[in-house]
Design a binder for this molecule. Sequence first.
Ligand code: TUI
Length: 316
Amino acid sequence: MIKTPICELFGIEYPVFQGGMAWIGDAELAAAVSNAGGLGIISAMNSSGERLRKEIQKAKSLTDKPFGVNIMLMSPHVEEVAKIVVEEQVPVVTTGAGNPAKYIPAWKEAGIKVVPVVASTGVAKLVARAGADAVIAEGGESGGHVGELTTMVLVPQVCDAVTIPVIAAGGIGDGRGIAAGFMLGAVGVQMGTRFLVAKECNVHPVYKEKILKANDIATMTTGRRFGHPVRVLKTPFAKEYQRLEFDRNTTDEQMEGYAAGSLRLAAVEGDVKQGSFMSGQIAGMVKKEQTAKEIIEEIFEEAEAVLGTSGRWVVK
Ligand code: TUI
């Protein structure tokens, strides 16, 4: 059995969070992950406040275990959803794509555990000082909006920078990744792409199929022109987007128009022509659709086996 300090801190059986995937992480996926002993997370990204409230209430009806809400700080609804999580007494809030320090006092006062995703030691220290309960150090191997550092170099440096628990994310898709995260000093992991193909995940079947067929070099990043790189599956649409962003004759407005709504088109419509299929680099390791319970049990069994042999090259 694997137990770390975050199991007790968050009231979970296995030290694994489900990444808060925009347009994908709904109440059903979050409840399935929580019922399986991990921490399921609803994405607030695409929701207005009232829509998020309904998802939270649905999750409460599907599980009596703790779950979380991920708030993307660049979302137009951020102020509204920051209040809804307090009103609904959500057990855990994770944040992404920015510094959540100004919201932390109100969340802490409401008894919410706050776990920001960080991509640098600087932001890790800021949020720790502001009262965060733990941080998720997410390397650029992950899907969606990414920082510059890899998980391998980010996690140990964040562990050295803060005293709160560190959860590793980015490039983790099986038990070897969990074991590696522990070796780097983390006491838990977060996975997105592996849970995207969970049976309980309601993403469009075309999206799941694309992840299951992907190989090791199937992803690329777009959005560098705006300073917000986003990791997506390599598709003709993503390649054309990248060509346009490096073309001086394309205006920023044209770029925005080109990509508007593309994540929803991928996740909800399965639109292969205009959809942005965000995915982590571990897509090449995801080979089958399983229930959240099967995924969690399998990866922790693997992690235990790997950790059991981790001292084998140490000569006494
Ligand atoms: O947030 C994510 N991943 C996401 S959000 C998203 S929705 C979207 N994003 C872009 C375009 C369209 C839709 C898809 N994927 N991951 C967490 C994360 N946070 N990664 C990196 C960071 C981060 C970056 C800078 C956290 C803090 C930070 O601080 C800088 C600052 O603002 O001080």
